[in-house]
Design a protein around this ligand. Structure first.
Ligand code: SF4
Ligand code: MG
Length: 342
């Protein structure tokens, strides 16, 4: 899956907001097969929008999202030569929401909920075969005995169990990519690691890619590290840093990643006990009107005059460790520019 949003036109709308929000802007992102990407950032930074746009649930107002080379929205609109039908794209790209209950019909038993997508995509599959497939998936996500759980209604399940049902439903489609949008945030803390481990096991077993969205850097780190993938850090609609988890956290290339690390108690490595977070004490800017230049400049302790005027781009090895900060460009005029006064 390849997501490319043009800087000039890459605007997305949050429909609940009256104003147009630049939720995701100027992002170019490749997700390979069997890839793991953990997206982290404060709420409102655009990570959900990026995720939803990636899997064809939200239409970008500019730029393009390509799945195996096919523009997703051109497929939906029947524009040009459509190589992969939109229905096929949508079933290859699955989502797990934060609130597992919201996507499960309360009036249907689990077996009925899981039967539906099979009936739609494989109308010739008989009842027995369907049940067999459903039971084996329920077992695979840790719901034993499967026949017992299959017979229950969603309200008879715990939050973790509902999330397992959502996972098995996503897997029914043999997806190429699963987007887990804060999928563990509502779960009991004691369950989170278990669920991450399960998702990573399934990622491996089913040869699917995983985009794991979280506001918590330590969870993002865990997921990316154990899935041998990358962490992407988002700030006000932009990816400001991406790279292998350990490298990114031990040696952040962007001052904002450092702030996130500082704010995450068990990751506040060298900042432990330092007292002050490495950030200017001003409010997070309104995403409707993001700051000019580097969007982080209003909070960045390293900001210089030039950071207000120019926008840094992601630099570094594509697919490796990349960050968007002038400090990392030794020849940039950042170094001749004046530090911003407090
Ligand atoms: Fe801070 Fe400037 Fe780097 Fe932006 S470009 S993160 S303001 S130093
Ligand atoms: Mg979100």
């Amino acid at each position: 899956v390849e997501v490319h949003f043009e800087k000039e036109q890459g605007l997305f709308e949050f429909f609940e907001e009256p104003d147009t929000v630049r939720a995701v802007d100027g992002i170019s992102l490749d997700i390979e097969e069997n890839d793991v990407l953990a997206l982290v950032g404060e709420s409102g930074c655009g990570k959900s929008t990026l995720g939803k746009t990636t899997i064809g649930l939200q239409r970008p107002t500019g730029g393009s999202v390509r799945y195996r080379g096919q523009d997703i929205w051109a497929a939906k609109d029947g524009v040009g030569d459509v190589e992969i039908p939109f229905d096929e794209i949508r079933s290859s790209l699955q989502i797990i929401h934060q609130d597992p209950g919201s996507s499960l019909n309360p009036n249907q038993k689990i077996v009925e909920i899981l039967s539906q997508p099979i009936k739609l995509t494989h109308p010739n599959v008989g009842l027995n075969e369907r049940r067999e497939r459903i039971y084996s998936l329920l077992e695979r996500v840790g719901m034993n005995p499967a026949a017992d759980f299959a017979d229950r209604y969603p309200h008879q399940l715990s939050g973790g169990e509902k999330q397992r049902v959502a996972l098995s439903r996503a897997l029914l489609m043999n997806p190429d990519l699963i987007l887990a949008d804060e999928a563990i945030s509502a779960l009991d803390v004691s369950l989170r690691v278990e669920m991450m481990d399960l998702m990573l096991d399934l990622q491996d077993d089913f040869d699917t890619s995983f985009v794991f969205i979280s506001h918590d850097l330590s969870n993002a780190r865990y997921f990316a590290e154990h899935g041998d993938g990358r962490v992407g850090v988002m700030y006000l609609g932009e990816i400001v840093e991406v790279g292998p988890a350990e490298e990114l956290i031990e040696d952040p290339g962007h001052p904002y990643t450092n702030v996130l690390r500082w704010a995450t108690p068990n990751l506040a490595l060298d900042a432990a006990g330092a007292g002050e977070p490495p950030v200017r004490k001003i409010d997070v800017p309104d995403p409707v009107n993001p700051p000019s230049g580097c969007r982080f400049h209003t909070r960045c302790p390293e900001a210089r005059d030039v950071c207000r005027e120019e926008t840094p781009e992601l630099r570094g090895e594509p697919g490796g460790h990349q960050s968007a900060c002038f400090r990392n460009e030794p020849d940039h005029k950042y170094w001749d520019s004046q530090p911003v006064e407090d």
